[in-house]
Design a protein around this ligand. Structure first.
Ligand code: WTA
Length: 647
């Protein structure tokens, strides 16, 4: 039986958490399970500023999701920015809302709630003058500058729907998203800075917008480098935003009005645009930020994710600002200028809550403890992780070295689809176990099932499903509700299938074991094997490709590609060439670690690639292949094993 770690005194002292201990968690979880409507109507009225308070809870469910998306708080109306900005002006006007740490240590700026409110109003007025209004889609393709948060909030102020595309994506990937959501405006910056390197955001955006129906491109000047300019379409942020009025009447929308689209990878096909709506998403992110981290008024809260991913949406911008917190935005990388950067920031800004990913923890642990211990970390209270399973070794390093055994670790399991935390320890309530996401939050009803959908009870390992909608759950896939239903609700009808495997131990703790589908998670970046395969065969050299993940010490998973060369091609500098393709089609963050040329892929007689075999070989477990008799050509496997590379 794995041991629990008691919650350190520093974490409990001074807590005002609505869920201070496990008895309170049990009661809240039971209340939300027995009477979800009452529980969430009360919670949303306490935590969110509504124009018209809702009287309706959930409308619809997982059985009727094929007919129409379920709704939360359908008769309520609001504007999200009132919760994130206006309501703080009276008591927190001079409190820092965004604490921006730029690429160079110590550079950046602090933006108070009053200043942020004014800048968001200006940006909303500027966007409105460019023709952006309620329901219009706006693509945001930026680095970690405060204007990215301003752009998100300005869209929300107008009822426009933002879709952020991570700044590492290629022009092709950006163009696909512009087309899919029908964006009429793109917001970008001249150059992005990360770890001293320049990222040509405007140039990539120009390539993506070429020939597309984008009315305007609003450009933030970050470095002042020369950039291409299309007269009539391109507009400098500093020209139109700074000149605009600092007053703007927030556009009131229905609770179910779409707030944003975020594209994410799945098992098959192209990335899908998950749609989060306003009232439920805001309720969920506000409430989970408050509860999971035991967020306090004087906290300096730092989530070092990127706004291009869901973590940045929910836990840099919306959740913290709705709670009136001081939220740090970080432009750089954990290794710039050296492996002490995070802890240098903790000391300088007196950070109390720090939220990062296991891949960063593992990379930093490998650099040695001195980078941590030379900085004062006594302000820290809660340490969060997200994005992939955290191995016990990394967990202990985070707990012992970074937190000096005085902080609690919240290992938060959730997904783009879930909007916010679902299974996670709660500070200060939950005694933690190294590597366990622990217990479901109120409103989350997990169930483990076997491959046939049969419920597993007690300690068990299986496929993780959730049984009941919660306010923060994505409602649909943009323009393709059928795909949403197919992806998440067809495997086990009546249940949301997460795509993750999990184990429940004898104390009821959940341990997420990772994806059981064809999604690979590289350094916390979620990518579909199908996307890699499409990129590889987009060139002339490869006729067939199959890509699988394998365990990687730092990155969590590495990417292993099996390729069949087209006639006349040899494997000269194949890895480099193929990574060039991946960079062009997907983006710089999509890299193959290992490539193996094979004479053919192992297929069943009906032509289906047997990925199970390829995964085993990539993991170095070719001895455990099991039955390969259903293969069309078993000799292919022998040559694959003979040519296997160690990942
Ligand atoms: C994985 C990121 C284990 C999981 C918020 C999930 C985790 C995928 C954890 C979603 C965790 C996220 N422990 N695995 N604490 N958090 N994951 O959509 O496989 O980028 O399905 O959302 O990350 O990735 P996404």
């Amino acid at each position: 039986m794995s041991k629990t770690t008691a919650v350190p005194a520093r974490v409990s002292q001074g807590s005002t958490s609505p869920i201070p201990d496990m008895a309170a968690w049990r009661k809240a979880w039971m209340d939300a399970t027995d009477n979800p409507n009452q529980f969430w109507l009360e919670a949303t009225q306490e935590h969110v500023a509504w124009e018209t308070a809702p009287t309706q809870g959930l409308d619809g469910d997982y059985d009727s999701v094929g007919e129409a998306p379920f709704k939360w708080f359908a008769d309520g109306t609001l504007n999200l920015t009132v919760s994130c900005l206006d309501r703080h002006l009276a008591d927190r006007g001079d409190k820092v809302a965004i604490l921006w740490e730029a690429d160079e240590p110590g550079e950046g700026r602090s933006i108070t709630y009053r200043e942020l409110h004014a800048e968001v109003c200006q940006a909303a007025n500027a966007l409105s003058a460019l023709g952006v209004g309620k329901g219009d889609r706006v693509i945001v393709y930026m680095g970690m500058v405060p204007e990215a948060a301003v752009a998100m909030l300005a869209c929300a102020r107008l009822g426009a729907v933002h879709s952020i595309v991570f700044g590492g994506f290629s022009a092709e990937a950006l163009r696909d998203r512009i087309v899919d959501c029908g964006a009429k405006c793109v917001i970008t910056q001249d150059i992005g800075l990360r770890g001293g390197r320049k990222i040509r955001l405007k140039a990539v955006a120009d390539e993506a917008m070429a020939g597309q129906d984008v009315d305007h491109c609003l450009v933030v000047r970050r470095t002042g480098d020369d950039v291409g300019w299309t007269q009539g379409r391109d507009v400098w942020w500093h020209d139109v935003v700074s000149a605009a009025s600092t007053e703007h009447d927030a556009v009131i929308v229905d609770a179910e009005h779409p707030l944003f689209i975020l594209y994410t990878s799945g098992s098959t096909g192209t990335p899908k645009g998950l749609v989060h709506t306003t009232g439920g998403y805001l309720t969920w992110t506000t409430w989970t930020t408050r509860v999971t981290f035991d967020l306090r008024e004087d906290d300096v809260y730092a989530c070092v994710a990127d706004v291009g991913w869901i973590t940045g949406h929910s836990y840099i911008v919306y959740g913290p600002l709705s709670n009136g917190a001081t939220s740090l935005m970080f432009e750089s990388t954990p290794l710039y200028p050296d492996a002490g950067r995070y802890w240098d920031m903790v000391e300088r800004h007196k950070i109390t809550v720090f939220y990062t990913a296991p891949t960063a923890i593992r990379a930093l642990a490998a650099c040695g403890d001195e980078f941590v211990t030379k900085y004062d970390r006594s302000s820290l209270r809660v340490l969060g992780t997200v994005g992939e399973p955290i191995n016990p070794g990394a967990w202990h390093w985070y707990f012992d070295v970074v937190g000096d055994k005085h902080c609690t670790i919240v290992d938060t399991w959730w997904q783009t689809e879930t909007g916010g935390h679902c299974i996670t320890p709660i500070a200060p309530a939950t005694p933690t176990k190294a590597g366990a996401a622990s217990f479901p939050l109120p409103g989350i009803l997990p169930q483990l099932v076997d491959a046939n959908g049969r419920q597993l009870v007690g300690p068990a390992q299986g496929l993780l499903c959730l049984l009941h909608p919660w306010p923060g759950q994505a409602r649909t896939v943009w323009g393709d509700h059928e795909r949403y239903v197919d992806t998440y609700f067809s495997m086990f009808p009546g249940k949301y299938f997460t795509g993750d495997g999990a184990r429940r131990d004898e104390d009821g703790y959940y341990w997420i074991t990772g994806r059981v589908d064809d999604v690979i998670n590289v350094s916390g970046h979620r990518m579909g094997t199908a996307e890699f395969e499409a990129a590889l065969i987009s060139g002339d050299a490869i006729s067939e490709a199959a890509v699988v993940g394998y365990p990687h010490e730092i990155k969590g998973q590495g990417v292993y590609a099996y390729v069949v060369l087209a006639g006349g091609f040899t494997d000269g500098d194949l890895l480099k060439d193929l990574n060039g393709l991946c960079r062009r089609v997907i983006g710089a963050h999509a890299r193959i670690d290992t490539v193996q040329v094979v004479p053919g892929l192992p297929k069943t007689r009906s032509g289906k690639v047997m990925r199970r075999i390829l995964r085993k070989v990539a993991e170095g477990r070719a001895g455990e292949l099991g039955d390969v008799s259903t293969l069309a050509d078993p000799t292919v496997v022998e040559s694959i094993i003979a040519g296997a590379k160690s990942g």
